[in-house]
Design a protein around this ligand. Structure first.
Ligand SMILES: Cc1ncc(COP(=O)(O)O)c(C=O)c1O
Length: 358
């Protein structure tokens, strides 16, 4: 596995002699409250379904997604996590020249390199808290004659998010494909920030979503993409393997997208904890803390007392894992990212960091 991701718990637990569950993983951006109980109970009570093939058309799963995202079921494509969809959309569109908003999640570049796309990076700036000026971006897209622009919204690792109105403005004023990775969108106000509603009307738009982070199910590998462009959608579907979503992932999806209690409770708890962590981290003088619309917070060790790697190494024996962001182009060795965990774990992180920096 590439080292440019959150922690490899399998590797760390054998290195440090702690079990995987003992670590407080602030690096993987997964909702710490676990997944929908309704979905879990269904799987437990119906485990004999593993002896059956899934519905090859995934009719019920697509219905549930279309209700959840406010879009037509026929515009849904399914993938093994957001990861498979990032890969299949890039391979299908096969862009000669791509604009990549950066710093960003590394898989976009990885996939673009596989097909030899010419990659130009549009860097957000630290002095603007990594916010992006929409006019500047539109001008850049039009000047560069790109085939594809890739936006992670909210952006991992900076936490900046475009509103849906801004995405619509980009679509109205440019001509290239726009791929939006909404892996972290549920941690924002989706009514303001999500572009799923635009998909049925803009055929250059592809929205990708996963369930790993918000629904806390990275193990089932369930992702979905929303696309109105018939030609691209058919090509993606033609290249997907039959039954690419297993029956446990499909059944959980049918239930959890409609589990409103789980959804409201998760949003409420995560927003409260994000405020707590942002405020507490901001009181540490050695750190600059950037505002985030995701379930993670980007920080810089502005005093340069330690590098992020040194800080990570100090925290590991305390069973705390943070993300050293040095591998993100556009960030330096002093940046790290933490995600929101449970209240006690967040408190412990703050206490340990305050101790280290005192
Ligand atoms: C922005 C972004 N997109 C996609 C993924 C991968 O998601 P999935 O587990 O759905 O493949 C990640 C994982 O960290 C991510 O940060």
């Amino acid at each position: 596995m590439s080292v440019n991701h959150g922690a490899n718990l399998y590797d760390l637990s054998s290195k440090y002699g702690f079990s995987k569950d003992e670590f407080m993983d602030f690096s993987s951006n997964i909702n710490p409250f676990g997944t929908s109980n309704k979905a879990k109970e269904y799987v437990i009570n119906n485990i004999n379904m593993v002896s059956m093939y899934p519905d090859p058309e995934y009719v019920s799963l697509k219905k549930s997604i279309s209700k959840y995202c406010n879009c037509l079921d026929e515009n849904i494509v399914l993938g093994s996590g957001a990861t498979e969809l990032i890969s299949s959309f890039i391979k299908t569109v096969n862009p000669k020249k791509t604009l990549l908003l950066s710093p960003a999640y590394s898989e976009y570049e990885h996939e673009l390199n596989k097909i030899g796309s010419d990659i130009i990076k549009f860097f957000s700036k630290e002095e603007n808290n990594f916010a992006i000026d929409i006019e500047e971006l539109v001008t850049d897209i039009n000047k560069g004659n790109y085939d594809l622009t890739i936006i992670c919204n909210p952006n991992n690792p900076t936490g900046f998010a475009f509103s849906r109105d801004e995405i619509e403005y980009i679509l109205k004023n440019t001509n290239c494909y726009i791929m939006i990775d909404e892996t972290y969108i549920e941690f924002t106000d989706t009514n303001t920030y999500s572009s799923t509603k635009l998909v049925d009307n803009y055929d250059k738009l592809f929205v990708i979503r996963g369930t790993s982070k918000f629904f806390s199910t990275p193990g089932i590998r369930l992702g979905y993409g929303l696309i109105g462009n018939k030609e691209v959608k058919n090509k993606i579907n033609e290249n997907l393997d039959l039954w690419n979503i297993n029956i446990i992932a499909a059944s959980m999806g049918e239930i959890m997208f409609l589990d409103n209690m789980f959804i409201f409770k998760t949003i409420d708890a995560m927003l409260r904890e994000r405020d707590y962590l942002t405020n507490e981290l901001s009181t540490i003088n050695d750190l600059t803390v950037y505002p985030s619309k995701g379930n993670f917070i980007l920080c810089k060790i502005s005093s340069k007392k330690f590098t992020a790697k040194e800080l990570r190494d100090k925290l590991l024996p305390e069973k705390i894992i943070i993300r050293d962001c040095n591998s993100f182009e556009g960030l330096s060795e002093y940046y790290f990212r933490v995600c929101i965990l449970k209240p006690n774990e967040n408190k412990l992180l703050v206490k340990t960091l305050k101790n280290i920096f005192k």
